[in-house]
Design a protein around this ligand. Sequence first.
Ligand SMILES: [Mg+2]
Length: 251
Amino acid sequence: MQFRTSGKYDLVICDIDGCLSPESHAPINISGLSKIADHNRLAIQNRDRPVVTLCSGRPIGFVECLCRLIQNTLIPCIGENGVWLWRPADNSFQCDPAITDEHLEFVHEARKLLRSLFQASDVVQQPGKSASVALYHPDTAYLRSIVPTIAEEFQKRNWPIRVSMTWLYINCDLGHVNKGTAIARLLSETGIAAERTAGIGDTMGDRFIAECVSWFGCPANSEAEIQKAAAFVSPHEEVEGVLDILDHLVH
Ligand SMILES: [Mg+2]
């Protein structure tokens, strides 16, 4: 597949939580998403503006659903912080081929350990992840307080697992898999050049997006640290911010 537009960019790689939907369980702004869908319909029909695809830490099923909602029928989207690609063109899933049975065994062991350490404190492992673990607790300050312990426990055992925090979740991901490694796979299979890509994100996990694209923007609600990587910070929040960034990119 070779995708090319007449615009400056062929592709916008966009985070989901904090960008297209709230990271909390609040309802998704569907009128905002429907404008993204309109944008994508035109992009795919006319090839005159970049297609918006997704790159998220969420389970791939959630990403697939959002991808279909925003009418991206063409360009693969990324879930589970780089573990999975889902290809809307032929409904195929691909797990990063660099993930071996041994890596999956580490993740399995990590799940067991985290359950033994934190299940009594009501820390929940987010369902739907297959080669990583995400932890949630309604008390975010408590969740934040256990990050160093988790990192230490993994380090003690020499497990190749990266521990990081989003606004509301702890992500435990395989060290050699991230949003950037999945973007490299995506670009190689679509034939899109990195110079013709833009990215959007709101937390430090999105630095992997920022490092891969030629232009990076943030909505107003982004972490101060990731805003340093941005060429443009929209004054608007979440999906309104993304729409503003798209407008900025196209005009
Ligand atoms: Mg986010």
